[in-house]
Design a protein around this ligand. Structure first.
Ligand code: ZN
Ligand code: ZN
Length: 118
């Protein structure tokens, strides 16, 4: 339970007034958190990892926000393409449909099916 005015943490279970500023408005984290967590779940399903991370930050769940950002980055770097010229694979990091092979320097096209995964 937090005071909605001074944002102090209140340890009492059902306080009538904030012991710090006397306000009677409270933010119950128990009410808010499940709603936001449900939203995060939907965002994750939709692949909106950055938005989900921001929601975690709203909840001050920094570890979770970090985790989801890493997950997001991991997702991009795990998609890699093999160069048709030299066979060296490299991770795709942009949505461009043409990449230059870092190994042999030739350009090759990325199938749109793979781009959709990015
Ligand atoms: Zn207060
Ligand atoms: Zn190559």
């Amino acid at each position: 339970m937090k005071c909605a005015v001074c944002k102090e943490e209140i340890m009492q279970k059902n306080p009538e007034k904030c012991p710090y500023c006397g306000s009677a408005k409270f933010i119950s984290e128990k009410d808010e958190v499940p709603i936001v967590l449900a939203e995060i779940k939907e965002l994750k399903k939709a692949g909106k990892y950055e938005e989900a991370a921001l929601k975690y930050e709203e909840l001050e769940m920094w570890d979770k926000a970090k985790e989801i950002r890493e997950l997001n980055m991991g997702k991009i770097s795990t998609i890699s393409m093999e160069c048709p010229h030299c066979g060296v694979s490299q991770p795709l990091s942009s949505k461009s449909n043409e990449v230059t092979c870092k190994h042999c320097g030739k350009n090759y096209l990325i199938p749109s099916k793979i781009l959709e995964l990015l």
